[in-house]
Design a protein around this ligand. Structure first.
Ligand code: ISL
Length: 572
């Protein structure tokens, strides 16, 4: 049978260091805090830990604005502390993946300080500097070189008085975009990546890696983009999947990974990528990336992909989207699988039921995800069934994206405060950034000081200590799901077939390989449902995993599923 890469049986755990565990009482998570929780990761059984940025940073975007790629921010500790954490994880057989943020740096990175100092700086061309548009007073609205909007509201160009030009920033003005057209930039990035691999890290999660190649005309010109909604042109259209993207990734592969990539993990974050793009990124023969994060399933409960505008999820859309990605990467390439990360609201609040059926819906959704073909990613707290933040006032929010959104919407008078609070409560990234709930004590055991963002008051009921003591907890269920992926080749690589695409409540699919079939059936609703079990062909099957006691055994007639009940059957 085929040879598969090690990560087909691996599960990755994401740590957002700021919110994981504080050790020194400053209210911000840190490396010595992580050291105290290594046993939690070990007990869970994950194979890889991905760290959101730990590098030196002004923290304008919580570390995704980097001012020194080869040092640790003092907020989190020192390089020695990081070595200790990596050592402790490696000792337990857990690999370490670093976040790689190279579409942009901080404006406080020495490269940018040099670049902005004068027009003749040798590093001027390391970033995107452009003259103001003709016919507009330089530095005023309309003088931006293109109409592109920033992902964090406002224009994607910042006027620099001193040298009389604008610089490009697709994210905040403190995150200027690097110019990947310049070979010196690429060589500097590759050298930095080799330095980390030499230090012992096991791979990279590459932040917005499909934005690095901008669509430049022959004369270096950038053009206006279509205005989909709001004030600005769509910067994704102008910068995602640019003409040299695959060339850059293949070059990176040759310069950084060649000869040492067998045991590495290379995962790209690729907003806007289609499954056809993903086939190219992840085809091993092309030597680019191992897998990418799709965004398509994250937009399904929003209005036109606007993360702040909610509409109810139609389960058929979720099935159709994930199934398209399963099919598209069945022969070549590979999927990554995720519900939660530091940019997304919590799945149990979003697609599940975080009230009465919290445990059942968290475990049912986990089963649906982890039984797909691909590498599952768990975001800190997901394994506890942590819920959205539940914030009700503006001063509770910290995220730059949320704060800028409110500012812009207020400026144009589009929404009143009630509408804005509803938008944030649904879509804010802060929903996933409240501290991990370790126990029921003050601040959930996260810090002895004042947490940088409020702890969810539901930590009195939802916390790791209680979960560890309760065999029916979300935590113990995740342990079983992870063990199942480790042990069962059908979970790892079996062929995927969806059942009942039109069912709006029940998610069901088969995975099959070498004459063995696993069949998952999950009630993704808060009502009891009944279906015709004959269509599942599970008569005489054994139960592999289920999230309720006494699951329906090998039914042949009517299959009755309680709210959010899921079962995986095994047919030999
Ligand atoms: O809409 C988007 C782009 O089309 C955004 O959602 C974008 O994909 C996303 O915000 C990118 O996220 C990553 O890069 C950001 C950082 O703020 C996020 O935390 C990170 O995950 C800038 O580095």
């Amino acid at each position: 049978s085929a040879e598969y890469a090690w990560w087909t049986s691996a599960v990755v755990y994401q740590i957002y260091p700021r919110s994981f565990q504080d050790s020194d009482g400053d209210g911000i998570g840190d490396l010595r805090g992580i050291l105290r929780r290594v046993d939690h990761l070990d007990e869970l059984g994950v194979d890889v830990v991905w760290f959101s940025p730990l590098y030196r940073s002004p923290q304008d975007d919580n570390g995704y604005d980097i001012s020194d790629y080869q040092d640790v921010d003092p907020l989190f500790g020192t390089l020695d502390d990081l070595d200790e954490v990596i050592g402790a994880l490696h000792e337990r057989g857990i690999k370490v993946v670093m976040d790689l943020v190279v579409n942009h740096t901080s404006d406080e990175h020495p490269w940018f300080i040099e670049s902005r100092s004068t027009r003749d700086s040798p590093k001027r061309d390391w970033y995107w500097w452009r003259d103001p548009r003709d016919g507009f007073e330089p530095g005023t609205r309309g003088s931006e070189p293109t109409n592109w909007g920033s992902f964090f509201s406002g224009p994607a160009w910042e006027w620099d008085e001193q040298t009389g030009q604008h610089y490009l920033h697709l994210f905040s003005r403190k995150q200027p975009d690097l110019n990947w057209e310049n070979p010196e930039v690429r060589e500097a990035v590759y050298a930095m990546m080799r330095w980390w691999l030499d230090r012992g890290v096991d791979g990279f999660r590459m932040d917005v890696i499909n934005l690095i190649s901008k669509d430049v005309g022959p004369d270096g010109a950038l053009s206006d983009a279509p205005v989909a909604s709001g004030l600005y042109g769509d910067a994704t259209a102008a910068s995602a999947n640019g003409p040299r993207l695959h060339e850059f990734l293949q070059e990176m592969h040759r310069e950084v990974f060649a000869g040492r990539r067998e045991s590495l993990l290379l995962v790209g974050e690729t907003p806007g990528a289609t499954v056809e793009d993903a086939q190219l990124f992840t085809d091993p023969a092309r030597a680019e990336l191992d897998m990418v994060f799709t965004f398509e399933h994250m937009g399904l409960d929003t209005v036109d992909g606007d993360r702040f505008q909610h509409r109810p999820l139609d389960l058929r859309d979720l099935k159709a989207t994930l199934t398209r990605w399963q099919a598209g990467l069945a022969e070549t390439g590979w999927n990554s699988l995720y519900w939660d990360n530091h940019d997304q609201p919590r799945v149990v609040s979003r697609f599940g039921d975080d009230g009465e059926h919290r445990v059942a819906s968290a475990t049912a959704l986990a089963t649906v995800l982890h039984l797909h073909r691909g590498t599952p990613y768990i975001y800190q707290g997901e394994e506890l069934g942590m819920t959205d933040a539940g914030f009700t006032s503006f001063d509770q929010y910290r995220d730059i994206e949320s704060l800028r959104y409110v500012e812009e919407k207020r400026a144009i008078g589009e929404f009143d405060d009630e509408q804005l609070l509803r938008a944030l409560a649904f879509g804010s990234r802060d929903n996933a950034r409240t501290p991990v709930q370790w126990d029921a004590s003050a601040h959930a055991g996260f810090t002895t000081g004042e947490p940088w963002i409020q702890v969810n008051p539901n930590h009195d009921r939802i916390n790791a200590e209680d979960a560890r003591a309760d065999p029916a907890s979300v935590f113990h269920y995740y342990r079983r799901l992870i063990a199942l992926r480790h042990d069962d080749p059908v979970v790892q690589t079996g062929a995927f077939t969806l059942v009942w695409p039109e069912d709006t409540e029940v998610y069901a699919f088969h995975r099959a390989q070498d004459g063995i079939r696993l069949t998952l059936v999950a009630n993704c609703s808060s009502d009891t449902v009944e279906r015709d079990a004959a269509e599942l062909r599970v008569e005489g099957a054994s139960v592999v995993i289920a999230n309720h006691d006494d699951p329906p055994q090998a039914p042949s007639g009517r299959l009755r599923l309680r709210p959010w009940e899921c079962v995986v059957y095994r047919v030999e």
